[in-house]
Design a protein around this ligand. Sequence first.
Ligand code: CAA
Ligand code: NAD
Length: 284
Amino acid sequence: MTIKTVGVVGCGLMGSGIAQVCAASGYKTIVREVGDVVLQKGLGRVKKFLDDGVAKGKVAPEARDTTLANLSGTTTFEALKDCDLIIEAIVENLDEKRQIYAGLETVVGAHTIFLSNTSSLCITELAASTKRPDKFGGLHFFNPVPIMKLVEVIRALTTSDETYQTVFAFAQSLGKEPITAPDRPGFIVNRLLVPYLLDAIRAYENGLGTLEDIDKGMKLGCGYPMGPFTLLDFVGLDTTYYIANIMFEEFREPAYAPPPLLKRMVLAGRMGRKSGRGFYSYEK
Ligand code: CAA
Ligand code: NAD
């Protein structure tokens, strides 16, 4: 199957990056948000990344202009009607995602493939909530999307061979390195990463050290690009909290249980970099 037009639903941290790499790879890309303010914020993030890339000599000015020309935004479902493939990257919530698929199904053709960028939800459950369980899969990108090379391709029990092969080839066409991951909570990477991040919060709550020292320890002692608290703020504490709840619900193992401090930080509106404050402050 030939993919020409790509839809992205959600233009937050992940959706904006996903829309950017699709547009940069030559796909006509339409990204949908719930409202104009949040849409313009997301599109602004794409433009800034490309402008910074030009300033750093990493992106050719013509490539930036072509990417921006391939990309458009919308707040309607109707604008996504001609998409061959749609990647959903909205909040990590089963009911919200189901509502998106139902809305999309009122406008798209029978051939359109639906993919979710979910970090932890069951792909088979998402697929089963649509009328196209054979044309549904997981395509899990990593943050920051334009820089991280990995993508996990996840088959639902119902995903057809043709859909899987099309999605794998599509991921390669974005310049990514796909791996095939099982439809289990957290797939491959988050299955290992999330318990580590949650354990860092528990250890901090138990007085292991300062945020700065724990971060410095993992960065300089293990060569990780970011310490756990810098990474938690980068991913988003709300998203991490949702992921932990979903993984704990399925595994019922203490390693996945959201630590009390994480819950309280989310309730206090400290979502990390995106809200200006998480474990660290980003307010200017
Ligand atoms: N345009 C083009 N290229 C750019 C760019 C731009 N605007 N900005 C940066 N780059 C390039 C840089 O030139 C550099 O390229 P080279 O390696 O070729 O020199 C590369 O991107 C890295 O950029 P920087 O050197 O400026 O930044 P850094 O070294 O501080 O790295 C980082 C930044 C890549 C984010 C790094 O800190 C990192 O890898 N952090 C960890 C990220 C991580 O773990 N992500 C996964 C989160 S979990 C997840 O996503 C899954 C989930 O479900 C929650
Ligand atoms: P985010 O909070 O930055 O963005 C979510 C966006 O979805 C918001 O802009 C919101 O307005 C929008 N949205 C909500 N409902 C919508 C709707 N009905 N239609 C269109 N847009 C809608 O979250 P994020 O970090 O981009 O995460 C999005 C998804 O990607 C989640 O499933 C998350 O688990 C997954 N993910 C996140 C990361 C990460 O590091 N943050 C990495 C990989 C995967």
